[in-house]
Design a protein around this ligand. Structure first.
Ligand SMILES: [Zn+2]
Length: 72
C-alpha cells in the first residue's frame, strides 16, 4: 500500500508499506505517488485523483508507463 499526502501547510509526504519491497515494484510505486505530488503542485489539489492532469504528469515523469495505472 502506498499513498501521497499534501498538507495545507504545503508539506508533502509519500507513504510506502514494506510489502511493496517484496513485490518488487518499489520504483514504479514511488513514480506513481510522486506524480500525485507533482500534479497537486502544478494544478492544485482539487483535480481528480487519477484524472487527465495526473495521467499527463505521470507519463512525463515515470520511468515506466506501468506506474501510471490507476489501481496502485
Ligand atoms: Zn494514485
Amino acid at each position: 500500500m502506498a499513498r501521497a499526502v499534501r498538507y495545507e501547510s504545503g508539506r508533502e509526504e509519500v507513504w510506502v508499506s514494506g510489502d511493496i519491497l517484496e513485490e518488487g515494484d518499489y520504483a514504479q510505486t514511488l513514480d506513481h505517488e510522486s506524480s500525485h505530488l507533482r500534479t497537486w503542485r502544478d494544478f492544485g489539489t482539487h483535480v481528480h485523483m487519477h484524472g487527465r492532469q495526473w495521467r499527463k504528469s505521470c507519463r512525463e515523469m515515470a520511468s515506466a508507463l506501468a506506474a501510471c495505472e490507476e489501481t496502485r
